[in-house]
Design a protein around this ligand. Structure first.
Ligand SMILES: [Zn+2]
Length: 450
């Protein structure tokens, strides 16, 4: 497979050897080579040629399927960026693994390509959609940091890497745009979009330190605050949403983060880095003093985002703890392996949901089947993914378990069954205000381009 970033292949004297040459280390680090039996598909987007290459060891997924899945999202992103893309060539390199011991997967962006490493065990349809979801984020990195970055990144020190303070921009605004482009293009509903944003607010609060200044997190992302890094995709994206809504509000709907990113890439660009310390005042000058103030208070400062007061500008309200009726589909029991076998047992019911208790699961139950399918260390990931994607109120659900009889000490196999119902659950919500003013409604429409 040809690497997209000019790495010329030379014919080697040995027939079983290929030699690739590069003029400097950066090109090598920035131009991954996928070396495998070829399975490729090409897409043409405006003047950009996009290559999709897939390696699936057991041929579960092919490049044509991934390309079909990617096309609508790439078109949405092209429209979002004003009808053209800032690169002439781009490659999506997808490698699937059938190594079941592997538990860590992910993706990496480069200037002209992005690389995806995912488990082949996922159902093909879900694999394609998850590549699409991750790709919409990775592809947007062609804007930042690739075209908007600080000196720390522009002249990256590979030996002693130094972080910039602005991951909220590189990762946060990229993640924000990846979802915002989808609603602007009508690929997802308003409800889906708002649910995704509320989910980010929940994860940011539950799993991360919500008041750690984001600039500190960023500077320490490689060491001190490593475990906080994941918040760039949560709070980082919410910072993007807060900026976009405030910009729309201040400009009577004319200006948003989309234009801001365009203006910043014009001001800086691929070969011109900004100084970390100047960015907030540069953005203040390009936009409004209120925006600079927001960045200094909530991005550089130790304060949680004022989500409710900002979404109100767009006629919405945010409640971190609302009572809603929801189909309860999760079990949230703890699992552990039975000895060194593939069988899983319940290790704790401490956080078990009402559903788990109602169906009658107990600690130490060995789990043999879930909804009639064999349940083990090998299958639980894909079984739960499929279930979570489709389960709804009214569905029957079943577990077949092996349980030790307390009186006789004998192991008995039994099947537990129940029906999924709606439960009153405390959950965060992001909803339209019932009495939003015309001004608030206008900001909402311009923000989500309805
Ligand atoms: Zn990223």
């Amino acid at each position: 497979m040809r690497p997209i970033a000019a790495l010329p292949r030379r014919r080697s004297k040995a027939p079983d050897t290929d030699v690739f040459a590069t003029s400097n280390y950066h090109l090598l680090a920035d131009g991954p080579i996928m070396y495998s039996a070829p399975d490729t598909a090409w897409l043409q987007l405006a003047r950009t040629r996009v290559l999709v290459a897939v390696y699936s060891p057991n041929k579960k997924l092919n490049a044509a399927t991934v390309a079909t899945e990617l096309l609508p999202i790439l078109n949405a992103q092209k429209a979002y960026l004003g009808g053209k893309l800032p690169v002439k060539e781009y490659a999506f390199l997808v490698t699937l693994s059938d190594n079941r011991q592997m538990t860590r997967y992910g993706a990496l962006e480069h200037s002209y390509s992005s690389f995806y490493y995912l488990p082949e065990s996922m159902p093909a349809k879900e694999l394609a959609t998850s590549i699409r979801d991750v790709a919409s984020h990775e592809f947007f990195h062609i804007i930042t940091p690739l075209n908007i970055h600080s000196e720390e990144i522009g002249s990256f020190d590979y030996i002693r890497p130094k972080m910039s303070a602005h991951l909220w921009l590189y990762e946060g605004l990229t993640e924000y745009a990846a979802h915002h482009a989808q609603i602007c293009a009508g690929l997802i509903s308003e409800k889906t979009y708002l649910d995704r944003m509320v989910q980010k607010a929940t994860v940011a609060k539950k799993q991360f330190n919500d008041t750690l200044p984001f600039t500190e997190l960023s500077l320490g992302a490689l060491d001190k605050y490593k475990e906080q890094y994941g918040n760039v995709y949560q709070k980082g994206a919410l910072i993007g949403m807060c900026l976009d809504i405030q910009l729309r509000h201040l400009s009577n709907g004319r200006y948003g983060t989309q234009q801001l990113m365009k203006d910043l890439s014009k001001k800086y660009g691929k070969h011109r880095s900004f100084r970390d310390d100047d960015l907030f005042s540069d953005i203040g000058k390009l936009t409004y003093p209120e925006i600079e103030n927001f960045l200094r208070t909530y991005v550089a400062g130790a304060r949680a985002l004022p989500l409710d007061s900002i979404v109100r500008l767009a006629g919405l309200r945010y409640r971190p703890t609302d009572t809603v009726q929801q189909a309860e589909v999760a079990f949230t029991v703890g699992f552990s392996r039975v000895g060194s076998s593939d069988t899983l047992q319940i290790s704790t019911m401490a956080n078990a949901t009402k559903l788990a208790k109602r169906i009658g699961l107990q600690k130490a139950d060995q789990l043999l089947q879930f909804n009639g399918a064999a349940f083990s260390t090998k299958t639980f990931g894909s079984l739960f993914q499929e279930y979570a994607a489709s389960a709804k109120a009214g569905d029957k659900v079943s577990w077949t378990v092996r349980r030790k009889n307390k009186d006789t000490g004998e192991w008995q196999v039994q099947t537990l069954e129940t029906t999924i119902v709606e439960e009153a659950t405390v959950a965060p919500t992001l909803k339209p205000l019932p009495n939003a003013t015309a001004v608030q409604q206008a900001v909402y429409r311009q923000w989500l381009q309805r």
